[in-house]
Design a protein around this ligand. Structure first.
Ligand SMILES: Cc1cc2nc3c(=O)[nH]c(=O)nc-3n(C[C@H](O)[C@H](O)[C@H](O)COP(=O)(O)OP(=O)(O)OC[C@H]3O[C@@H](n4cnc5c(N)ncnc54)[C@H](O)[C@@H]3O)c2cc1C
Length: 435
């Protein structure tokens, strides 16, 4: 399979790019080399996989098309969110009691792994753990949140429901009728975390190569040969960690995921008065809308807010208008606040809202499809992929590897998503009006 080598794009002009510690040195691959494991893609999934495989003793090379954290990993809202879109009871119904329970434990503890890695490697990324508030936008969503709290509490997690006044006090807006507080959640500066993970991987012995897009992957006797414009890697095992940025490198993989765009804005640093009212205790939050909004306060006191919108990535300011409008609706007091940053990136969705480990061939796996919850999940999935590469039987993994299943009509996804976005926006607005 092949893809055209492209000139490496620059990092988007995001708040994270402006404030992250400098990137580690990752020289392009040069010449041909042979290793046990080649990781393709240097986001959280690839960096975590490479780090954990090297820690377990493997000889690992990672090739990244641009630089570590260039993709969604370095552009996201930094929200470290526990769990999956599906609730524990649902996971146990789908996967059976025993494996379902393992998947529940795996997804619920994914933030622990993130904060442990940050602490162990002293990653300078402003990590904090005040909890995640899932804010309820309308009456229809309320019983679902209450049930989620019940399910997780039955499994020992200290989630709690917040009433209208409590959620208003913690978020600084009266837009929500209730909320769910999950103390396992937290925040970090995502590009700083990605760069810290890259340094940790290098420290564990990973050869990390930036500006090295994999252009072909071919079977060569009992090994794989990964070609880049300036060299190649021959490896017994390959982990493709390109997720929503997969393109044509492995077309069955890219056609199994649905890439959508998420847009973010960040304000100028707010006054002390505004900071004392908006997210005063440092929680992170997202809401229960179908087209969710997510928001946080950064360490310098900027309000950063994001949400889905137009399908394609773009810098055109008009595509951010709905995000700006959301901010003004939630926080009317920011009407005259300057906006300093606008950026976007790609998120990979799956039809069943579950993340995937795909087995692509003998000794080749891929992980992705985190449905917008990849800070914790990609880190944890990277560790799982390293276990796959380490020879662990798939029966013992919390998420069974499956074959990619290209979606029918994948080429029609752009107009289809456009229609779906419009429809979801209407439903959200209708539910807000009924509350
Ligand atoms: C704007 C935005 C906000 C988000 N907010 C949150 C949030 O607050 N919380 C949360 O949990 N999740 C959030 N997400 C989702 C989260 O960022 C992703 O799920 C996560 O970063 C996925 O990590 P990854 O390593 O799998 O993929 P990516 O970080 O996208 O990495 C893929 C990498 O593969 C590289 N690549 C592609 N093709 C090749 C090739 N041929 N050869 C070599 N390298 C290649 C790319 O350059 C890229 O660096 C958000 C996403 C976006 C875009």
């Amino acid at each position: 399979m092949s893809t055209d080598p492209k000139k490496s794009p620059a990092l988007p002009d995001s708040l994270w790019a402006a404030t992250a510690p400098s990137a580690p040195l990752c020289p392009p691959l040069s010449g041909d080399r042979s290793v046990e494991l080649c990781v393709v893609g240097g986001g959280f999934t690839g960096l975590s996989a490479a780090y954990h495989a090297a820690e377990a003793g493997a000889e690992v090379a990672l090739v990244e098309a641009a630089e570590p954290g260039w993709g969604a990993a370095g552009r996201n809202g930094g929200q470290v969110i526990p769990g999956l879109k599906l609730d524990p009871d649902d996971l146990e119904r789908r996967f059976g009691a025993e494996r379902g329970q393992r998947l529940v434990d795996f997804s619920g503890s994914a933030p622990d792994l993130v904060f442990e890695l940050v602490a162990k490697h002293e990653i300078d990324c402003g990590a904090r753990r005040e909890g995640w508030i899932h804010a309820v936008h309308g009456r229809a969503a309320l019983p679902l949140e209450e049930d989620r709290v019940r399910q997780w509490r039955a499994r020992g997690a200290a989630l709690e429901m917040l009433d209208r006044d409590q959620v208003a006090a913690l978020l600084g807006t009266r837009e929500y009728i209730a909320g769910m507080l999950d103390p396992r959640g937290g925040w970090l500066q995502p590009l700083a975390y990605a760069r810290g993970l890259a340094r940790a991987a290098q420290g564990a012995g990973v050869s990390l190569h930036g500006l090295s897009p994999a252009t072909r992957i071919d079977r060569d006797a009992d090994r794989w040969k990964i070609a880049t414009p300036s060299g190649s890697v021959t490896a017994k095992q390959v982990l493709i960690c390109t997720n929503a940025y997969t393109n044509k490198l492995w077309s069955r993989l890219s056609r199994s995921l649905i890439p959508v765009t998420s847009f973010m804005i960040a304000t100028e640093p707010l006054s002390d008065e505004l900071r004392s009212r908006i997210l005063p205790k440092g929680h992170i939050s997202g809401d229960t809308r179908r087209l969710l909004r997510y928001f946080c306060m950064t360490p310098e006191g900027r309000l950063a807010l994001g949400g889905r919108g137009h399908i394609r990535e773009s810098d055109r300011r008009e595509l951010y208008a709905h995000i700006v409008a959301s901010m003004h609706m939630l926080y009317p007091e920011t009407a005259n606040t300057r906006l300093d940053y606008f950026w976007c990136g790609r998120v990979a969705l799956t039809l069943d809202h579950l993340p995937k480990i795909y087995e692509l061939g003998s000794g080749m796996w891929s992980g992705g499809g985190y449905n917008g919850r990849g800070v914790a999940m990609a880190t944890a999935m990277g560790q799982l992929l390293a276990r796959c590469a380490g020879g662990e039987a798939s029966d013992s993994l919390p998420l069974p590897p499956t074959k990619p299943r290209p979606l029918p009509f994948h080429s029609l996804r752009v107009p289809a998503i456009g229609v779906a976005v419009g429809w979801k926006r209407l439903l959200d607005a209708w539910e807000v009006r009924r509350r």
